[in-house]
Design a protein around this ligand. Structure first.
Ligand SMILES: Cc1cc2nc3c(=O)[nH]c(=O)nc-3n(C[C@H](O)[C@H](O)[C@H](O)COP(=O)(O)OP(=O)(O)OC[C@H]3O[C@@H](n4cnc5c(N)ncnc54)[C@H](O)[C@@H]3O)c2cc1C
Length: 539
């Protein structure tokens, strides 16, 4: 049931969309001294940003048809890895070449030689060429059929933490930022957009006024554009990943699919993402399913270069819809990853700016250009500082993880992972509780971190905890930790016993959808067991 609040609040700028782009814009504008309201209908990063391949990369693939995107992306990646040192880690790729591949080893090496020119922009190393024997020595899982390989280096990142770090810094500089808050309409005065109507988690509808409203809703930007009566033309493309709860290779691996498209198996810190598809998407953006066919397409491509892939147990799938700019005729993966900042006053709608397209790897640049456009409209003169200003937790160097571990009596692995999420603020997080208890046996997440996330990072349910602290991201997929986590969150938020059970059950039911396409025979048996155990607890 929706209830009305009475007094509209006023800001210089309202940003709609709490993905990496909207969060980056809110931070940039707040740092320039403007008053900002950032609204996200789900949770921070829960849209396309969280469904990405978790890479700050340059995109060597785009060199063939859109090298400027590779250049801009590499340049901005260089800034991101400097301001978010605790969040990034190097991801070393091996690109095996098989006898009938689209690119033979000479062509592949030539492409990498060109990419090497861009690598210094993002502080990455140049490629190496490997013989077949060298490649199999460093990556024994590769097929004996290979003729050679090249290496390539990119950066990995946790996009949920990247988004939240931007939100946190925006708030530290005066912005208001509300998750679980959906913009339901725009407030208009003739042709001008003068504010938004939004519904919060409590069901209350409020109104807020602003001199400029920014539409940073990624694949939803057409929907929000329609509220202002302007077309935002995208060609949304769906992508999926298979998630393994551990590393299954020494290197990340790039290979080609049955139709010649590039696929990636990305070895992240403690898990592996195998993806991704790239298909025109016409469905409901709020309900994107993963199909078993898509899973088979990925496995078929990888089996050719990494024959044992089907013997590993995936725990779930992820999916996201790329907010690609519209172009007729081209195949999805040949579409440019460029972005556009549109001031809709040219179409007779003043006070409304849209940012569409782009990539996670250049979110900071996209935010800078959008903020420049907003400042021009407001006649506000303040330079962008985000290229060099560290994100929270990066203001000083990290203490050695072993020292932190010893002081708080946690394992070095738990300390390292905590620093990966919180940087130099890790000790502040552990100070929340006087216990070093872990939430789960398979992922070393402390109870103190979850308490911190509820108290200070807007965690409102168990799925938010998955995004903020990585809860249920390990091999147990939640079976061993979701009840305990729900009790910890419930204690902080004052939930009754039945609310705690409901929250755990909602998480299990929700995550089932992402697990079903990769279950396989053993997976179904395990699921039956886990569900049986939970039924015993009335879940
Ligand atoms: C499978 C896949 C893999 C990818 N891998 C990479 C990669 O490795 N590296 C890379 O650089 N790029 C990658 N990309 C692209 C990248 O993820 C996106 O370009 C980027 O994350 C888009 O961010 P965004 O903030 O614009 O959109 P989103 O992250 O989708 O954010 C938009 C937000 O707006 C919110 N919203 C929508 N409507 C409303 C409303 N009415 N009120 C309030 N909020 C609303 C949504 O809930 C959402 O959270 C990948 C994309 C996909 C699909």
């Amino acid at each position: 049931m929706s209830r009305e609040a009475t007094h509209p609040s006023a800001h210089d700028v309202i940003v709609i969309g709490g993905g990496v782009t909207g969060a980056g814009i809110a931070r940039d504008l707040a740092l320039r001294g403007l008053s900002v309201l950032l609204l996200e209908k789900g949770d921070w990063g829960a849209g396309t940003s969280g469904g990405s391949s978790w890479m700050i990369h340059g995109g060597p693939r785009y060199l063939e048809f859109d090298w400027d995107t590779t250049r801009l992306s590499c340049r901005d990646a260089g800034h991101i890895v400097t301001i978010a040192r605790n969040l990034v880690y190097r991801v070393a790729f091996i690109i095996p070449v098989l006898p009938h591949d689209r690119n033979n080893i000479e062509r592949m090496e030539t492409a990498m030689e060109v990419y090497d020119r861009f690598q210094p922009l993002k502080k990455s190393h140049p490629h190496r060429r490997l013989t077949a024997a060298e490649a199999r020595q460093v990556e024994p899982g590769l097929t004996p059929d290979l003729v050679g390989a090249v290496t390539m280096e990119e950066w990995g990142i946790d996009p949920y933490r990247l988004v939240y770090a931007n939100v946190e810094d925006a708030m530290a500089n005066g912005a208001r930022a509300l998750n679980h808050t959906q913009v339901t309409d725009l407030v208009r005065d003739g042709g001008k957009v003068i504010g938004v109507r939004y519904r919060g988690q409590d069901g209350v509808t409020s109104e807020s006024r602003a001199r400029v409203v920014v539409n940073a809703t990624g694949p939803w930007s057409g929907e929000v554009g329609a509220m202002a009566g302007v077309p935002v033309k995208l060609r949304p493309a769906k992508g999926i990943h298979i998630v393994y709860p551990h590393r299954i290779s020494n290197f990340s691996i790039s290979c080609e699919s049955v139709d010649g498209r590039d696929l990636l198996m990305v070895a992240h810190a403690g898990f592996t993402l195998l993806g991704t598809t790239d298909d025109d998407f016409y469905g409901d953006l709020d309900s994107v399913d993963v199909l078993e066919d898509e899973v088979d397409y990925l496995l078929q491509g990888f089996e050719r270069v990494f024959p044992s892939i089907r013997s590993y147990r995936p725990v779930r799938t992820t999916t996201g819809v790329r907010p690609t700019l519209f172009k007729w005729r081209k195949y999805e993966d040949e579409l440019s990853r460029r972005y556009e900042v549109v001031d809709h006053s040219a179409e007779g709608v003043d006070g409304f700016v849209t940012i569409a397209g782009g990539k996670l790897s250049m979110y900071r640049l996209m935010a800078e250009e959008t903020s420049d456009a907003v400042c021009r409209k407001l006649g506000h003169q303040a330079p962008c500082t985000t290229a060099s200003r560290p994100l929270p937790g990066n203001e000083s160097d990290l203490e050695p993880a072993e020292d932190l571990a010893r002081r708080y009596r946690i394992s070095a692995l738990a300390a390292t992972k905590l620093q990966g999420r919180h940087g130099s603020n890790a000790a502040k997080v552990l100070d929340q509780l006087d216990t070093a208890r872990l939430l789960c046996r398979c992922e070393p997440i402390t109870e103190a971190e979850l308490v911190f996330a509820v108290r200070h990072e807007q965690v409102r349910n168990v799925v938010d905890a998955f995004r903020r602290v990585g809860l249920a991201g390990g091999p147990c997929a939640g079976a061993a930790c979701v009840l305990r986590a729900s009790a910890v969150i419930g204690r902080e938020l004052g939930w009754s016993a039945s609310q705690r059970f409901d929250a755990a059950r909602d998480f299990i039911r929700g995550s089932w959808l992402g697990r079903a396409p990769v279950m396989g025979h053993a997976g179904w048996a395990q699921e039956e067991l886990a569900r049986g155990a939970l039924r015993g607890l009335n879940l």
